[in-house]
Write a protein that binds this ligand. Structure first.
Ligand SMILES: Nc1ncnc2c1ncn2[C@@H]1O[C@H](COP(=O)(O)OP(=O)(O)O)[C@@H](O)[C@H]1O
Ligand SMILES: [Mg+2]
Length: 463
């Protein structure tokens, strides 16, 4: 995934990101109100040497103090200092536990030591800090004595005693909130990217090409509903434009032998096969071709319903020898389109579609039409479409954007190859108009065609 893909993932799953950020903010606010306040007291100590008559020590002067100061910070949190503090203040704790609350730091090159004490009570923090300073001075004096009898050359002065400070240092509302929000952003982004990575549905024509089928184009999503929108003659709707492009691509895929009889199929039900078949047939008829649309889905026929024509007699009637082709072929409007509806549903569609009668019928249709489009059932559940495709010039495989998975498409294409049926190409359909990958999907279908300039209509209107 590159940056553009990440941004696309964020845009697509923005609700997830917003929810995560809200959750993070809420968690921050919750953590803030749930955590007990912490008060800090600090005191500043100054380490000095004074004249003990020891010339060697004096010569080294404050250099000595500076070097010692670093070790003193360790002394400060040792039991040697903290135990007397506990005893003095009568604290219910141990030196080890108390040392977690006591901090010391000595800026390099100085003889200063800062003591900080964090406690749940401001008063106790100040008391401990002052007591630590006091007992620290004693401990150092004792440690630096040359002999038990001699005086210590080091002296600890309290530069700034600890005072009671009522404002807590923690929790910090702004910081806790910011941390929560940041965690939310990270979580949301992670989830969005994860969803995108785990999403194996096909969303671009390049994926179809990658899986081995030529990309014929993509059809944007329309209104939806029980009956799809039909393309209307002369329409400049995105769907109509897309279908015109697909028809052109189909024609030019093999200029010398353009497919004359083709099956429209897909991996699974509900992926837009019938819609594509009907609209492609209408598009070709509008362009002046003699088109026959055959209902080859004898399990869930939809073509007659979508076009609003009769379906009591049709393909199965002809195959059963109960009617002649010309009696049941229904012209559609004044276009060059004729529809062969399903007729009564048979018990064994696959066998019927693979029969010699079917082959003969297709040969007859091929003679009288420029283009025969056969709608069909999905490839993965039943064999019908593969059986049909083998007898035609090839299959057009419909892929539903964001729904058909790579795996299903791969298996569908394998079904076709297994019976040596040519794959004419893939059509990506129901591409959401708002999706940023819409234009992406259009890369192939659009832009290369010699289209009428956009202002052509406007010019006509002005005249
Ligand atoms: N381009 C499209 N935009 C919006 N809805 C569509 C589009 N193509 C198909 N549909 C809808 O998808 C559903 C299934 O379409 P259909 O063509 O019957 O699928 P199939 O034949 O693969 O089972 C229908 O409700 C149809 O209206
Ligand atoms: Mg269908």
């Amino acid at each position: 995934m590159d940056l553009v893909d990440y941004l696309r993932a964020l845009r697509k799953h923005w609700i997830l990101v917003v929810l995560s950020v809200l959750l993070g903010g809420g968690a921050g606010a919750g953590a803030y109100s749930a955590s007990a306040p912490v008060y800090r007291a600090d005191s500043l100590l100054f380490v000095s040497m004074y004249d003990t008559g020891n010339a060697a020590l004096l010569m080294q002067g404050s250099m000595f103090a500076q070097q010692r100061v670093q070790s003193y910070t360790g002394v400060l949190t040792s039991p040697k200092v903290l135990q007397p503090v506990i005893d003095e203040l009568d604290l219910d704790t141990t030196p080890r536990a108390l040392s977690d609350h006591v901090g010391s730091s000595a800026p390099l090159g100085t003889v200063l030591i800062e003591v900080t004490v964090d406690e749940s009570s401001p008063q106790r923090a100040a008391d401990i800090a002052n007591s630590v300073s006091k007992h620290f001075g004693r401990a150092v004096s004792e440690l630096e004595q040359a002999t038990p009898a001699s005086a210590s050359p080091v002296r600890i002065n309290v530069l700034r005693p600890a005072v009671v400070r009522e404002d807590p240092i923690a929790p910090n509302l702004l910081r806790t909130l910011a941390l929560g929000l940041l965690a939310g952003v990270v979580l949301g982004t992670g989830l969005a990217v994860l969803r995108e990575v785990l999403d194996t549905t096909v969303k671009s024509l390049s994926t179809i090409t990658d899986l081995g089928a030529p990309a014929l184009g993509s059809v944007p999503a329309g209104e939806g509903g029980p009956r799809p929108e039909l393309v209307v003659e002369g329409s400049r709707s995105p769907q109509s434009e897309a279908l015109r492009q697909i028809r052109t691509n189909l024609q030019f895929a093999d200029v010398d032998h353009p497919p004359r009889v083709l099956v429209v199929t897909s991996a699974l039900p509900g992926e837009g096969k019938s819609t594509t078949a009907v609209n492609l047939a209408l598009t070709a008829a509008t362009a002046g071709m003699r088109v026959v649309l055959v209902e080859g889905d004898l399990r869930l026929p939809r073509v007659a319903d979508y076009l609003g024509v009769e379906d009591s007699a049709g393909l199965t009637t002809v195959l059963a020898g109960r009617a002649d082709l010309d009696d049941v072929l229904q012209p559609y409007g004044d276009t060059g389109l004729s529809v062969l509806a399903s007729g009564p549903i048979p018990l064994n569609p696959a066998a019927l579609l693979g029969s010699r009668h079917m082959g003969d019928l297709l040969a007859r249709l091929r003679e009288r039409a420029d283009l025969v489009i056969i709608d069909s059932p999905p490839l993965l559940p039943v064999a019908d479409a593969a059986v049909l495709a083998r007898q035609t010039d090839g299959a057009l495989v419909v892929v539903k954007h964001g729904k058909t998975t790579r795996d299903h498409l791969t298996r569908a294409l394998e079904r076709l190859r297994a019976v040596d049926a040519p794959v004419l190409g893939g059509v990506l359909t129901m591409v959401p108009a708002k999706a940023s990958d819409y234009s992406y999907a259009y890369e192939y279908g659009y832009g290369y065609q010699p289209t009428v300039p956009d202002d052509a209509e406007a010019v006509v209107l002005e005249r």
